[in-house]
Design a protein around this ligand. Structure first.
Ligand code: BMA
Length: 291
């Protein structure tokens, strides 16, 4: 099973008219709300500091963007940028998990919004460690908030009562030696709840630094327990703009969503542009169950 790319890819390009997004637009979150697709995307100017831009769409393929970032870097843990947004709606509030980058390293940070444009920074969720690739589950599990994160080279999760203090860390899964995901793994977009369990799209990095996308299925009650993880990937860099860009050979997603009976992802191509790809949801589930 492989993801199919939208024929009009890439769907978003750097915009030389705006300094802050002149060089690269790439890893983005996308969420459907009130009949519109909302995108929060990572943008870089020539200084390589990232901020987060906003775009809106009726069909998820043709986008209009704001002329200014909606989240900018600032504060001790993000002096070098805010990166790789992922969005989860919980009880009517939107939470953006993003990476704060500074001389301290990378920090798993959270902001919140009620309208997807005005964002308030909430906390550095894991202040004492280099961490990234974190995303909230869309609902509480056994009464607590749950969040994926990445302690290199593996995917972890943890729990919280208040979204600020996080504990009970558990390993979900790590790299598989000599595979496409042999060096590092991290989640892509937030997980999707299905009757069979949590459907997770994740990225794997191999020994040649190629970033691909894969699928996993996790226990609905205890998502640290892996129910299925097929051996093969579902998407690898193939298009010229996925192979050549700012960082070569990268398809990197921060957005997983269900649209009708399809599973959609949005992804950064070679850390320079944004693309969309999809598959039938029942094909993804059959691929997981057959593994
Ligand atoms: C990862 C993240 C992503 C990036 C990828 C490839 O570590 O920093 O933002 O897309 O590397 O460069």
């Amino acid at each position: 099973m492989k993801f199919k790319r939208y024929s009009g890819n890439p769907i978003l390009l750097p915009n030389p008219a705006h300094e802050w997004e002149a060089l690269n637009v790439f890893n983005c979150a996308v969420i459907c709300h009130n009949g519109l697709f909302h995108m929060l995307y990572r943008a870089q100017g020539l200084h390589y500091k990232s901020s987060i831009g906003y775009a809106v769409s009726i069909d998820g393929l043709n986008w209009s963007r704001l002329d200014r970032p909606v989240l900018s870097y600032g504060g001790e843990y993000e002096t070098r940028g805010v990166e790789d947004p992922r969005i989860t709606e919980i009880d009517g509030i939107f939470y953006m998990t993003y990476t704060g980058y500074s001389p301290h390293g990378t920090r798993a940070s959270i902001a919140q919004s009620t309208n997807l444009i005005e964002w308030k920074k909430l906390c550095v969720a894991l202040p004492d460690e280099d961490n990234k690739d974190h995303a909230l589950f869309p609902e509480k599990i056994k009464g607590r908030y749950c969040m994926f994160h990445r302690r290199p080279p593996s995917i972890w999760l943890c729990y919280s009562d208040d979204l600020i203090h996080w504990n009970d860390h558990q390993l979900v899964f790590g790299p598989r030696e000599d595979h496409w995901d042999g060096l590092k793994v991290g989640i892509s977009g937030p997980p999707i709840k299905t009757p069979e369990g949590w459907l997770l799209v994740y990225h794997g990095v191999d020994a040649r630094n190629v970033y691909r996308q894969g699928l996993a299925l996790l226990d609905p009650e205890n998502p640290a327990h892996v129910l299925a993880r097929p051996a093969d990937w579902v998407m690898a860099p193939e298009e010229p703009w996925e192979i050549v860009g700012d960082v070569p050979n990268v398809v990197f997603s921060c957005a997983t969503l269900v649209v009708g009976d399809e599973l959609w992802i949005y992804y950064g191509g070679a850390d320079r542009v944004i693309g969309q790809a999809s598959c039938a949801l029942d094909e993804a589930m059959a691929f997981l169950k057959g593994s």
